[in-house]
Write a protein that binds this ligand. Structure first.
Ligand code: CA
Length: 514
């Protein structure tokens, strides 16, 4: 029997006998790997060193890429927080897992990969941002932030009990993760640890020690900071997510009072950091492009400042894995629930199917399996995470999961017929930022998007000739053939994933009535 088949069979056997743990008696050689899944919130790959960031350094995250694999074509299927999380847990698209937007509660009775791992003998733990409204299911232990949570002195809900914790959220969660790993020194059951950071979600509050990290730094501006949306559909003109008009001075850019939950020492540090910035701003009396540039710089100082602690967290988790002897038996993932606009098209936030938001950073270390320093360009998505983690544990996926395991890619093998396209569907409209409902397909070279509901508009991009997505060629006769092929691929994917225009229309009506 091949080793992989053996592991798969053994895994299924334990599914039938969940009481008998495979823990310490499991031969080390064939031991099922632990999984440490670290996910940030809104961390764009433009702000990660190993993805070529021109803005910041991230030695902790880069360490995973250096010792593992960096995926360069990982995409999300619905680019906002709660929906991406539900896709990751279930391996199903939003219209089937029910979490189409940030307003609905996750139905925790449905199948998720942590549940399956737990039934198969894994210990499962969740720490940090959950954001799915219903209580987590499928975890032996969970400690979550209520909703978005707070950066400073946050409340945390531990298995239903809410309490305030003093300190900075990223550090508190890292301490908990570290304690969890320390307690597993010497082995035991294989485990899944999901560490979900709140950072760098809006409104981007850096840790005290990082409040001055980017003082005086001038960041390179994206070439599309002053995009005029020429050739684009009404969706680009009618959104409300520009740095110029929709980023708030008081909260987003910290010209207002310090966060209410801060203690006196934290408030003092905050004032020292933001007081002078406020004074500069008032003195300068900026407007027009100069004001946009000032806001862009202030935005990045805080966005990148709040990433600094996340990167330290990754580094610390890796150190603890080393110190506890767990590293060799542990697959470590770093990702973000989706990307983010860092001034591209004049925007912040995500939602749109354009590259900066669509892309998910994904780096994975798996000693002995993943070749260190490898780069993978095959198309994968968050839909594939659940089947992959199950496969890594030697388990098959339930038929209802729509993703595909990319474990072979981790091990340096590319199965025939690997997908060459990704399907996307965004629903949260009308809502904050007013990004219109749209679905679309991205292939290696092209992207086709259909905005619908209170608009009926198509966009087509040639990503090779137009990587910044500035020229919509949907109506260009030269692209008629490409357009037809993409439309056919889009309809094929909709049928494959059991989505349709008719369903989209019905769900829009349901959402509007809600
Ligand atoms: Ca997010």
């Amino acid at each position: 029997m091949k080793r992989r088949e053996f592991v798969r069979t053994a895994g299924l056997a334990s599914l039938a006998l969940p009481v008998i743990g495979c823990g310490s008696s499991w031969p080390r050689k064939g031991r099922r790997p632990n999984i440490v899944f670290i996910m940030a919130d809104d961390h764009a790959s433009q702000a990660i060193g190993c993805y070529g960031s021109r803005l910041n350094r991230t030695p902790g995250i880069d360490r995973i890429a250096r010792e593992g694999v960096r995926f360069d074509s990982c995409f999300c299927t619905n680019g906002i927080c709660a929906p991406s999380r539900a896709v990751i847990l279930t391996g199903k698209h939003s219209h089937l897992n029910g979490v189409r937007d940030n307003a609905v509660a996750f139905d925790g009775t449905q199948m998720t990969f942590p549940k399956i791992l737990r039934e198969a003998g894994y210990e499962t733990a969740l720490l940090g941002k959950w954001h799915l409204k219903s209580d987590p299911t499928g975890f032996d232990r969970w400690t979550i932030l209520p909703g978005q949570g707070d950066y400073y002195n946050p409340d945390l809900i531990e298995m239903g009990t809410r309490a305030r914790h003093n300190g900075y959220v990223t550090d508190i969660l890292t301490d908990m993760a570290s304690d969890f790993l320390e307690a597993r020194r010497g082995g035991g059951k294989p485990f899944l640890l999901m560490l979900h950071h709140k950072a760098p979600h809006r409104n981007w509050q850096p840790a005290e020690r990082h409040l001055h990290l980017y003082d005086g730094v001038e960041f390179p501006e994206p070439p599309t900071l002053f995009d005029d949306y020429e050739t684009r559909s009404g969706a680009a003109f009618e959104q409300e997510m520009t740095i110029r008009d929709h980023m708030t001075l008081d909260s987003d850019l910290k010209l207002g009072p310090p966060p209410a939950r801060m203690d006196e020492a934290q408030r003092d540090a905050w004032e020292k950091a933001y007081g002078p910035k406020r004074a500069d701003f008032e003195r300068a009396a900026l407007d027009g492009e100069a004001l946009v540039r000032w806001k862009y710089r202030r935005y990045l100082q805080d966005y990148l400042g709040s990433i600094a602690a996340v990167d330290e967290s990754v580094d610390r988790v890796l150190d603890v894995l080393d110190a506890t002897g767990l590293a060799d038996d542990t697959l470590v993932v770093y990702t973000s629930d989706q990307g983010f606009f860092l001034g591209e098209h004049g925007w912040f936030d995500k939602r749109f199917m354009y590259e900066e938001a669509l892309r998910m950073p994904l780096v994975i270390r798996w000693p002995g399996r993943v070749r260190p320093g490898s780069i993978n360009e095959d198309m994968v998505s968050n839909l594939d995470f659940a089947p992959t983690f199950l496969d890594v544990a030697g388990l098959g996926k339930p038929g209802e999961m729509q993703g595909r395991s990319f474990r072979p890619l981790l091990e340096g093998r590319r199965p025939g017929g690997w997908p060459e396209s990704v399907y996307y569907h965004y629903y949260e409209y009308p809502a904050v930022h007013m990004a219109k409902r749209h679905y679309g397909v991205r292939t290696r070279r092209h992207k086709l998007i259909h905005f619908y509901h209170d608009i009926d508009a198509w966009e087509l991009y040639d990503l090779e000739k137009d990587p910044l997505e500035l020229r919509n060629v949907y109506g260009d006769p030269a692209y008629a053939g490409v357009r037809r092929a993409l439309e056919a691929e889009l309809r094929r994917l909709q049928a494959f994933y059991r989505d349709s225009d008719e369903l989209a229309r019905r769900l829009a009506e349901e959402d509007t009535a809600r």
